[in-house]
Design a protein around this ligand. Structure first.
Ligand code: MG
Length: 258
């Protein structure tokens, strides 16, 4: 009996101890949570809040984009030879008019996110660099190649998606002739010091049809057909599209300043 009483007391004590330690543990857990939250709050930033931007849909660019061609007009463009751009607009599509020369935006830009949709001609004419050649020149000087690169051998630093004569695309994400393709380009403009010296080279990141083909590559200087590139000092410059004697088509051209 005595033994039983002792046993009961021991059991009650054990329960009490358990309850007490449960309460103590509960409080310490709450305190611990508060301490961790306070520590975590030190590295939380609540401002500046990013500006709200409505993303692009199939029909519309992002809400903060500068639309350069929406199918209706070439008002944002001019010929590099002077005067209005002479390329054709047919059914909302911009088509290179061979022989009229490059066109460029009237406005100048620095670092940008650029979206361009393009299509090489359905009728396959020529080969290598003479098949569906055009190009997207950031700051008039740095070309992302446009070319029909399906079953069309050419030098690989000149195929579609190359940074012409400087960087081979990581993969060939090309669709065939006559099919619409997309480039989504992040271009960081070169920076120059007050003495005119290059302080940061330009870089390209390019997605071709949603596939990463240029991953933050460094540009060695302006695109050159012959010889090594060398930077020359400049500020913001227009975006240009190349006339390379092929009726390549464009649509939905927009950019966001970075
Ligand atoms: Mg070209």
């Amino acid at each position: 009996m005595l033994k039983s009483s002792h046993t009961l007391a021991a059991m009650l004590l054990a329960v009490a101890v358990t309850n007490n330690s449960a309460t103590a543990q509960e409080e310490s857990r709450a305190e611990r949570v508060a301490r961790i939250n306070a520590q975590a709050a030190i590295t939380e930033l609540w401002e500046p809040a990013p500006k709200q931007v409505k993303p692009a849909s199939a029909q519309t660019p992002p809400s903060d984009a500068i639309v350069l061609f929406d199918g209706s007009s070439l008002a944002a463009w001019e010929s590099v030879r002077g005067g209005d751009a002479q390329w054709l607009i047919e059914d909302g599509i911009l088509i290179v008019e061979p022989g009229t020369g490059l066109i460029k935006t009237r406005e100048s830009f620095g670092s940008v996110q650029l979206h361009v949709e393009w299509r090489s001609p359905a009728e396959v004419v020529g080969d290598s660099q003479d098949r569906g050649n055009s190009g997207i020149f950031l700051m008039e000087d740095y070309e992302v190649q446009v070319l029909d690169s399906v079953d069309n051998p050419t030098y690989v630093n000149g195929q579609a998606g190359s940074i012409y004569k400087q960087h081979i695309p990581l993969v060939n994400a090309s669709l065939g002739p006559g099919q619409w393709q997309t480039y989504d380009i992040v271009f960081m403009a070169p920076l120059f010091g007050s003495d005119g010296r290059l302080t940061r080279p330009a870089t390209f990141t390019v997605f071709h049809n949603g596939i990463l083909i240029q991953n933050n590559v460094t540009v060695q200087g302006p695109t050159e057909f012959i010889g090594k590139p060398n930077y020359r000092t400049h500020g913001d410059l227009p975006l240009a599209l190349q006339d390379h004697d092929s009726p390549v088509a464009y649509r939905n051209i927009w950019l966001r300043k970075l």
